[in-house]
Design a protein around this ligand. Sequence first.
Ligand code: C5P
Length: 239
Amino acid sequence: MSCEASERIIVALDGMEPEEALFFCRQVEDLRWVKVGLELFVKAGPDVVVQLRDQGHRVFLDLKFHDIPATMAGACRNAAGLGAELITVHACAGSEALKAAQAGAKDGAETTGVAMPTLLAVTVLTSWEAQRLQRELVIEQDITERVSGLAHLAATAGVGGCVCSPLEVATLRAHHQEPFALVTPGIRPKGIALGDQARVMTPKEAIAAGASQLVIGRPITKAEHPSEAFAECCAALAM
Ligand code: C5P
């Protein structure tokens, strides 16, 4: 992956209508990567991935697949065929499902003649807290331990990276060197409102901790001048 700052930042297209999302991406100068999540995908359908690609954008398809192996394989085959280059799966689907997902993605990419995407494993959603994990799912491990265990499971199954909170990046990077991808949301440039993100890092701190790419949404999408906000995030990385 290029080390250029604009390649490191993935803009999350949340809360937008499909046309608005496409228009927004065309307006932001030098924007390379965008994240299509469940909200936009359910409204716009797979076409939005193809349209974004046709506009020259690279797509992180964040649908967090978690199912039986055959279904994971089929979903990843189809996602790869759309040209999504990063695709999320839940690590707790287990090694057999993760391997099937990898194989499905490879098959989809080869059949369509596109590059093999990188699958990213989701470990523990940050909306969980330890006490509730214990009470509701009878999981006794502390969250850091569980995140590390699930990241290890994903890496062993051949998955190319993880999505993690900025505060987990350094620990995971110590065990998983590049090219294992660590993609992190929870990024707030200096002086920007935290909103509902409590545990955040600045773009520069997260990259220094070992993140390969950053997901940034509202600090760019809700900025008065999104192009400038994006450029400032890139500049902060280049400094
Ligand atoms: O607007 P903001 O920069 O907070 O957006 C971050 C994006 O990353 C959103 O799409 C959000 O759903 C996602 N995300 C997150 N925290 C996680 C996992 C995903 O903020 N732990």
